[in-house]
Write a protein that binds this ligand. Structure first.
Ligand code: 26Q
Length: 821
């Protein structure tokens, strides 16, 4: 009762603040305001509640001499902030009430938020989940990234193909960021180096850069759940300097100068939309160095000028995490700052650098390991190349001592790949310059030790550790699924979103028929909403009683969306043959973006949409099977998709997916998983129980064995009649209006090469899907599995993961922020 009263007066205060913001910040009368104006006014209103906590956090952290976590990442895929902030502040109901008083619908406003899509997928979203957990766990932290003017492209489907449109997330302004021009730093590129001897007789190097740009920080406070602690997300934007081009001939050349300005500002213009493959582009390297240089100058400024500490103690105030190799130039840049600019000795500097940095690896794919042509690297960063060579020389000398006469090992471990074109190997650099290296799931870490980083593991047996990924339950349950959140709270009480271990208390409710019924209704409501949306926006009728079978993630051959398609076609053939043979109606939903230059991934999208067009229009199927490709999958759409899924597709070839995090989001929302023993699936299956996980496919060692013994997909095609029918249907143009050439590259790839062993796993997958369908028809059984799954997912909270980072790597402690203190 009392809470309600407090809530009401808070709602009145929010209403008042909203009106004030509309007036003073947006500058419009109520009657002239657009929906976007209302959104911005609400965002400013929530922001001021946030800023109160943010300012107290900054104050507290500056006073206390504790270590700060610096999370270096080229991507932060935050997604919309408004509801998340409302949830973490604990004002969701008050805001709703305030908006109601004004005749505004809070859900409509919330939906207007354009998401900052400053990431490709898993890696960028992981960084965002970790900031949420760092704040919630009260750890002082800064996320350092890039403020791309254009984030991840918008995907539209035209004639069944992916078409990319540029994202313009800043169009209506960004109410969450604070512009901090006073903390601008200069970043320099190119030019040459000069070697000289200083007055004291020391050998020194001077870097004479060819150009410079300014890095301007834009700060976003990230609030923890029901705490006063905020962490800072500091994103850098490139701006031209006045004396931008040092070359004399440009003096007085107005057009040349403008061109230079454009070039400088290009650095943070756009996010590279490739995941898992190297762009090899100069601009990408410029971005990476820009991030690293700004962040390190900022950290040194804080340490030396704001805290008044000695640079030799830098490692005592910072623990820096490298989110993959993208920011690993930081290792070289910090060496340069310490040795060249602060005249610290090499060995002392190296000890500091090595104890500051740690490196998270996110991939086992060889093509995703970053390497830069030496010519490009040296041209852009001549001094860094010298330092890199010196790091390498000293390192390889030690390797030779440990392994005399083992030139091959030395060549493998070198930071430089020799050959007609020489390359800088960023993973080797990250390994050598870090105190810890971590994989992101148990299997992934084992394979890192055994394969990709074998030599480094042999050399430093304690350096590689595992920290299995986690996701924030606040966004992925609390924000995405308020219905489920309320139901769980009703059962086990408040507080579990901040302490996910308490979810275990949900387990006995699986036996409670009334609870199961409510659980079913929550899922059902989400499915109905999606069905209504599909009818309105895409003119497609979906049956909310059907099994919602969902695969959303980046499109990649190793993730095997096309294996899912083969199953869909297999179902279709069975239905055509005998409608009664398929008793469980299914809605198969796909979503995900293909890298713009990845032909096969784009062809897979075309295949999905083509199969969808044929099946959805076939009257023989009578709504037993529907196939949907949801365009432009992103965080916002994820928040709609996870809660409505019955079945989560995690079907990558074993040994390929480092972890996966979508697998966790689905399971936390009560979807059951069909999956291989890959990435974190292995641990999810252990946690939820094998009876609640639909397992199929080869294991990682079996995959290796199959490949070594000469895998021949064509034999499987010949021997499995059903598989042959499925592939032939595609090949014969059934889904391409008779065009036999369209999908030929895809079908040929499977028949003659099949690098991701789809054909080897096909039959097992189809059989497993049959078991799924059978269990789904026993609704009570399915619901029990769903409830138990959620009850057992606590380990996959990013709070657990971040705690592990704190304990195993960063050695940081929580700091309490007291308001008014
Ligand atoms: C590299 C160089 C040049 C341009 C782009 C890139 C680039 C960009 C993004 C390379 C890789 C990425 C993203 C990788 C990624 O998202 N990996 C995923 O990370 C998740 C979090 O750990 C894991 O769960 C996934 O398994 C992994 O695929």
């Amino acid at each position: 009762m009392q809470e309600n009263k407090g809530g009401r007066s808070e709602a009145a205060a929010i209403k008042k603040a909203f009106a004030k913001n509309l007036y003073h910040n947006i500058g419009k009368p109520f009657m002239a305001a657009t929906p976007e104006d209302f959104f911005n006014a609400l965002a400013y209103t929530v922001r001021s509640l946030l800023l109160d906590k943010f300012i107290h956090s900054v104050e507290t952290y500056l006073k206390k001499e504790t270590r700060v976590v610096a999370y270096f990442s080229a991507e932060f895929l935050e997604g919309p902030h408004l509801v998340n902030n409302m949830l973490n502040l604990g004002v969701v109901e008050q805001v709703r009430e305030a908006m109601e008083m004004l005749g505004l619908d809070v859900d409509t406003l919330v939906n207007l938020e354009v998401e900052p899509g400053l990431g490709n997928g898993g890696l960028g979203r992981l960084a965002a989940c970790y900031l949420d957990s760092l704040a919630t766990l009260r750890i002082p932290a800064i996320g350092y990234g890039l403020r791309y003017e254009h984030g991840m492209f918008e995907q539209r489907i035209e004639d069944g193909w992916q078409v990319e449109y540029s994202d313009n997330w800043l169009h209506f302004g960004n109410p969450w960021e604070l512009y901090r021009p006073e903390r601008t730093f200069r970043v320099r590129y190119g030019g040459f180096t000069e070697h000289y001897t200083d007055a004291a007789g020391n050998f020194r190097v001077r870097w004479r850069p060819g150009m410079e740009v300014k890095g301007v920080p834009h700060d976003t406070p990230i609030l923890g759940y029901r705490v006063n602690n905020c962490v800072l997300l500091r994103l850098w934007r490139a701006e031209a300097t006045k004396g931008f081009d040092f070359q004399d001939f440009n003096q007085g050349d107005f057009y040349g100068a403008v061109e230079s300005k454009v070039q400088a500002e290009n650095i943070t213009k756009v996010l590279y939309p490739n995941d898992q493959s190297q762009a090899g582009k100069r601009l990408r390297l410029e971005q990476q160095y820009f991030l690293v240089s700004c962040a390190l100058q900022d950290l040194i400024h804080m340490h030396v000028h704001m805290k008044g500490l000695d640079l030799a103690e830098l490692h005592k105030s910072i623990a820096a995490q490298l989110n993959d190799t993208h920011p690993s130039l930081a290792i070289v840049e910090l060496m340069r700052l310490l040795v060249d600019e602060h005249h610290m000795g090499w060995d002392r500097s190296w000890t500091i650098v090595r104890s500051i940095f740690s490196y998270t690896n996110h991939t086992l794919l060889p093509e995703a390991l970053e390497k830069w042509p030496v010519s490009l690297f040296q041209g852009l960063l001549p001094r860094h190349y010298e330092i890199l060579c010196e790091i390498n020389r000293r390192f390889l000398d030690q390797v030779r001592v440990r392994f005399p006469l083992d030139d091959e090992r030395v060549a493998r471990m070198s930071l430089i790949e020799e050959g007609p074109e020489k390359y800088v190997r960023m993973a080797n650099l990250a390994c050598v310059g870090s105190s810890h290296i971590n994989g992101v799931a148990r299997l992934h870490t084992q394979l890192l030790k055994k394969l990709v980083l074998k030599d480094f593991h042999r050399y430093w047996p304690d350096r590689i550790i595992n920290i299995t990924n986690g996701v924030t339950p606040r966004r992925w349950i609390g924000v995405a699924n308020p219905g489920l959140t309320a139901l769980i709270t009703e059962a086990i009480g408040e507080g579990w979103l901040g302490d996910l271990d308490r979810l275990k208390k949900l387990e006995p409710f699986a036996e409670d028929a009334a609870f199961r019924d409510k659980w079913c209704q929550v899922k059902r409501r989400h499915k109905e909403e999606v069905a209504a949306l599909a009818r309105e926006r895409f003119d497609i009728i979906l049956d909310p009683d059907s099994l919602f079978d969902v695969q959303v993630k980046r499109i990649h051959e190793y993730k095997r969306q096309h294996l899912n398609v083969l199953h869909v076609i297999s179902l279709y053939l069975r239905l055509k043959n005998d409608l009664a043979s398929v008793k469980t109606p299914r809605t198969v939903i796909f979503g995900g973006k293909a890298a713009p230059g990845y032909f096969m991934a784009k062809l897979i999208i075309k295949l999905i949409t083509s199969v969808a067009r044929v099946i959805n229009a076939d009257p023989d199927i009578q709504d037993r099977l529907k196939v949907i490709f949801r365009p432009n999958y992103n965080v916002k759409i994820g928040q709609i998709i996870y809660p409505m899924a019955d079945l989560s597709e995690q079907i990558s070839l074993a040994g390929m997916e480092a972890s996966g995090t979508g697998n966790m989001k689905f399971a936390m929302n009560g979807a059951l998983t069909i999956g291989t023993l890959d990435g974190a699936n292995v641990e999810i299956r252990e946690a939820v129980g094998r009876e609640n996980f639909f397992l199929f496919g080869l294991t990682a060692p079996e995959v290796q064995a199959r490949k070594e013994s000469g895998y021949r997909p064509l034999d499987l095609y010949r021997d499995n009649e059903h598989l042959r029918q499925v592939l032939d249907l595609i090949e014969n143009g059934y889904f391409s209006r008779g065009d036999r050439s369209l999908f030929k590259p895809l079908v040929d790839n499977l028949k003659y090469d099949d690098p991701y062993l789809l054909l080897a796993d096909f039959q097992d997958y189809v059989d497993c899907q049959r078991r799924v369908a059978t269990v789904f028809r026993d609704r009570q059984e399915w619901l029990k599995k769903s409830i138990r799954t959620v009850a057992r997912m606590s380990r996959f909270s990013s709070d657990r993961a971040v705690r592990e980072y704190c304990r195993k790597i960063w050695r940081v402690e929580p700091v309490e922020v007291v308001m008014g203190g």
